[in-house]
Write a protein that binds this ligand. Structure first.
Ligand SMILES: O=C(O)CCC(=O)C(=O)O
Ligand SMILES: [Fe+2]
Length: 262
C-alpha cells in the first residue's frame, strides 16, 4: 500500500486572475493575471512620429502575450459583417468587444502604462505639465472601458480610416459621480508578430502632405512586435491609417483608448 504521503496530491497552483471589482460587468471574462511584466525601468515611450505615434516596446512580455492569445481564443469572436455601415471603414477581422472598466483599470494601473504616460519622458526629456496636457489632450484619467480584441487571419485587414474621439463618462476614483471624459489617443497592444508566425498586418500611417502642392510624406510603418503597445493621437488630429492585410498566421490585438477629462 502506498504511503499516505504519496497519496497526497499537491493542490494545483492557484491561477491568479485579474481580481474582479464592482466595475466588472456580469459577463466579464476571467482575464489572466497581468504578469510576468518587465520592470518599468526597462520600458520607455519611443516616438515613431513626434507628437502623433508613440510605442512602448516589450510593454507585455512574450509569455504574457502567449497566455493572452490562448485565453482570448476562448472568447466569442464576431466576424465583421461583410458590408460596413455607410461612413464606416472596412474592417475585416474577428472581434470581441466588451465594456469592462475593471480590466481597463488593471491594464492602466497594474502595468507601466500609467507611470509612462503620466511621466511623459520622451527621448530622455520629461515634458512640462503644459506640454503633457497638449500631448495627451487634457488631464489624463486612464483607459476607455470599451475593450476590443481583434484577431486577423490570413486575408483579413482594417482598411484606411481615422479613429474618432468619443465622449464618455469615466468611473471616478474618489467620488460617486462619474467624470465627463473623452478619448484622445488610440491604444493598440500587439500580441503576435513575425516571431509567432504572423506575416503582414503592420499598422501603417499616412501623414498629410504639408501643403497641397507638396508630395505626401512616406507612410510610417509600425512593424508588429510581440508585446509592443502603440499609442496614436486620434480625433481631429488623427492620421489616416490602416491595419495591413495579414498574409500568414494570426494577428492578435487588444485595443482601448486614452481618456482625458472633458
Ligand atoms: O489593427 C490595426 O493595426 C489597426 C486597428 C485600428 O486602426 C483601429 O482599431 O482603429
Ligand atoms: Fe484605427
Amino acid at each position: 500500500m502506498p504511503s499516505k504521503a504519496k497519496l497526497v496530491r499537491k493542490a494545483p497552483a492557484p491561477v491568479s486572475k485579474v481580481p474582479e471589482s464592482s466595475t466588472s460587468p456580469p459577463n466579464s471574462p476571467n482575464w489572466p493575471a497581468l504578469r510576468p511584466l518587465l520592470p518599468i525601468s526597462d520600458l520607455a515611450l519611443v516616438p515613431l512620429l513626434a507628437d502623433h505615434i508613440l510605442t512602448i516596446p516589450h510593454f507585455w512580455t512574450n509569455s504574457l502575450c502567449k497566455t493572452y492569445v490562448t485565453f482570448l481564443q476562448t472568447l466569442p469572436l464576431v466576424t465583421t459583417p461583410g458590408k460596413p455601415k455607410r461612413g464606416d471603414a472596412v474592417r475585416v477581422n474577428d472581434r470581441h468587444q466588451i465594456d469592462d472598466a475593471s480590466f481597463a483599470e488593471h491594464l492602466w494601473r497594474d502595468t507601466a502604462l500609467k507611470s509612462l504616460v503620466e511621466a511623459a519622458v520622451i527621448d530622455g526629456e520629461a515634458l512640462s505639465a503644459t506640454a503633457k496636457r497638449e500631448l495627451w489632450g487634457g488631464e489624463i484619467l486612464g483607459l476607455n472601458s470599451n475593450i476590443r480584441i481583434y484577431r486577423y487571419s490570413k486575408g483579413q485587414y482594417f482598411d484606411q480610416h481615422y479613429d474618432d474621439s468619443n465622449p464618455l463618462t469615466f468611473p471616478s476614483q474618489n467620488s460617486t459621480s462619474p467624470v465627463a471624459a473623452r478619448t484622445t489617443w488610440t491604444l493598440l497592444l500587439y500580441l503576435t508578430a513575425p516571431t509567432t508566425g504572423c506575416r503582414g498586418g503592420e499598422t501603417v500611417f499616412y501623414p498629410d502632405a504639408p501643403s497641397k502642392r507638396a508630395a505626401a510624406p512616406a507612410p510610417i510603418v509600425a512593424e508588429l512586435e510581440v508585446g509592443m503597445a502603440l499609442l496614436h493621437r486620434h480625433g481631429r488630429e488623427c492620421l489616416l491609417h490602416e491595419g495591413r492585410e495579414v498574409t500568414a498566421g494570426e494577428k492578435w490585438v487588444i485595443r482601448s483608448d486614452l481618456c482625458v477629462k472633458r
